[in-house]
Design a protein around this ligand. Sequence first.
Ligand SMILES: CC[C@H](C(=O)O)C(=O)SCCNC(=O)CCNC(=O)[C@H](O)C(C)(C)COP(=O)(O)OP(=O)(O)OC[C@H]1O[C@@H](n2cnc3c(N)ncnc32)[C@H](O)[C@@H]1OP(=O)(O)O
Ligand SMILES: [Co+2]
Length: 134
Amino acid sequence: MIGRLNHVAIAVPDLQAAAAQYADVLGARVGAPQDEPEHGVTVVFIELPNTKIELLYPLGENSPIRGFLDRNPSGGIHHICYEVDDINAARDRLGAQGARVLGDGEPRIGAHGKPVLFLHPKDFNGTLIELEQV
Ligand SMILES: CC[C@H](C(=O)O)C(=O)SCCNC(=O)CCNC(=O)[C@H](O)C(C)(C)COP(=O)(O)OP(=O)(O)OC[C@H]1O[C@@H](n2cnc3c(N)ncnc32)[C@H](O)[C@@H]1OP(=O)(O)O
Ligand SMILES: [Co+2]
């Protein structure tokens, strides 16, 4: 069911500084910040040869990553995103196996314009998983 690793997301306390570090210190190709108000974050994507890094910064009062940054003030790996062919079939299969799909269970359009869902970290070894239909 899960396919390629689409991205690894890192929540950061300073988006501009983190983007500059990837560009200047790590020599990576860094995109421009993009606000995602539906998801309560501003994201910066870093293109790697085999996947992407997604830098995350809270946007708005109810950002879902605010608690994570409060617990991890220096930032940290927030989630990993796997690609799936059919996100509704994936959701139904996971639900049938007892995995908790976050939110109302309906896919939402993510930063790449594709449907995404999130699975509860407590069900997957303390790792927040995002699924993206590609
Ligand atoms: C623009 C879209 C973009 C894209 O790629 O397209 C994105 O990726 S958007 C990314 C931001 N959106 C989300 O993360 C949505 C899903 N996340 C959530 O709904 C929350 O973050 C949630 C429910 C995972 C955690 O909420 P909260 O931080 O308020 O903490 P809780 O007290 O509810 O947490 C319960 C339990 O889980 C642990 N936890 C929380 N976040 C993570 C994490 N990222 N990785 C691992 N574990 C996490 C938390 O510590 C609690 O553990 P406990 O032992 O019970 O204290
Ligand atoms: Co993501």
